[in-house]
Design a protein. Structure first.
Length: 79
């Protein structure tokens, strides 16, 4: 998976499985509103969520951390 953005990776993961936000919330255990906020870069994931994303997206923790930092920089530039 070649994404700079964790938000984009999560969105792609959800849509590639034809999951609604509700479906993704059930599959991951992440509340629907939180999942949406992650996809929209409103919140940054917790370390617990990052561990879940490594499994969900089938990528390394280093990749998740790098994507999370990218999203954080974008979010800060949008303010």
């Amino acid at each position: 998976m070649q994404y700079k953005s964790l938000a984009n990776a999560m969105f792609h993961w959800r849509h590639s499985r034809s999951y609604s936000l509700n479906d993704a919330a059930k599959a991951t255990g992440i509340p629907q509103s939180t999942f949406s906020n992650y996809e929209n870069r409103k919140y940054m994931p917790t370390s617990e969520s990052m561990n879940l994303f490594t499994n969900m997206l089938n990528i390394s923790l280093d990749e998740v951390l790098a994507m999370s930092e990218y999203d954080k920089a974008i979010r800060n530039n949008e303010k």
